[in-house]
Design a protein. Sequence first.
Lengths: 173, 173
Amino acid sequence: MVTETTGTWGWAVGGAGPTREQELAWVERVAGFFARQNGLPPIPGRALGWLMICDPPEQSAAELAAAIGASRASLTTALQVLLAGGFVEPHHRAGERTTYYRLADDPWTDVTRRRMAALTSFLAVTEEGLDLVGADSARAERIRQVHELFGWLDSEVGPMWRRWDARRAGRDG
Amino acid sequence: MVTETTGTWGWAVGGAGPTREQELAWVERVAGFFARQNGLPPIPGRALGWLMICDPPEQSAAELAAAIGASRASLTTALQVLLAGGFVEPHHRAGERTTYYRLADDPWTDVTRRRMAALTSFLAVTEEGLDLVGADSARAERIRQVHELFGWLDSEVGPMWRRWDARRAGRDG
DNA sequence: CAGTAGTTTCAGTCACCACTGTAACGCGCC
DNA sequence: GGCGCGTTACAGTGGTGACTGAAACTACTG
């Protein structure tokens, strides 16, 4: 019963795939990253990480719960978060009542875009700050430093994403 | 006693400067931004915001505490955080034992650089993920999507910051 | 229409963290 | 060399938020 230990992963039969332990360690790193970057709670982060490497790529809430060792109730909340963030998509199979979840087509570009937009949103704050103290006052100098940086940053990211879009369009378009 | 209400701000005498309330509202917006972006606690964020607009630009811990309405003990912790992050610098005056704090010369570039470096650090995770599942396996496709995006992002930010450095060198160098 | 699998909701629990007040410590002035 | 201002360390507190278990709800099957 060798296949017993590897469970549902067809590819692992007789192969040298990663152990469940290695997979969960990696999942944890993914969760850690999204916790720091996007403020994602641990369980949504783990579910996301798991959906990046699981086989099959579509899994039910119960399967996800078992995989990452969380309660099904937690998975409900986690999946709501991931659905709202555009990370995962629900999928239904004919004749089954179970909802399967899978990674969205390409959530990463949008998510990263939003992330950088949030970064440059400080521009609005510095702008208001300059108005507040008076743009020509001595106090404005401190604000102007940040304001210039973020203004420049804002002017860079637009063209940058256009380059990405072009690159992607050229590859699969 | 008109100057009484405006306190220590010399520029405000007879002028139409911002009210303390307006200033604190702006400080709160700054704190909110750094809370979301850098995970800064409220008080360090407020101290940082206040140091961006206060007059004089150098203030003691006690002055900062009074300005943002926090305890002096909290300011100790907050200033440690801000010092460690490179946001503020201590300053000593001859014949005085008080330490005055002021905004660092230009903390923003470094902070933002680190922020973006943290973003692209996901590259190491995806790299390891590809190794884990095998780069040529079917499962790798999901990881490769992110990997390509972050690889590209990483290749963009280097030149981007070089442009910023050049721009800055050209302006004040 | 009863039974069942799956999902969602909700109240409760637990841990964590920021913040405060107090007490100790260090260091320049008289 | 004592005194006082300023800073630091620490225990206590309040609040927030993630997570769980159990109950309620929905939809499908026989």
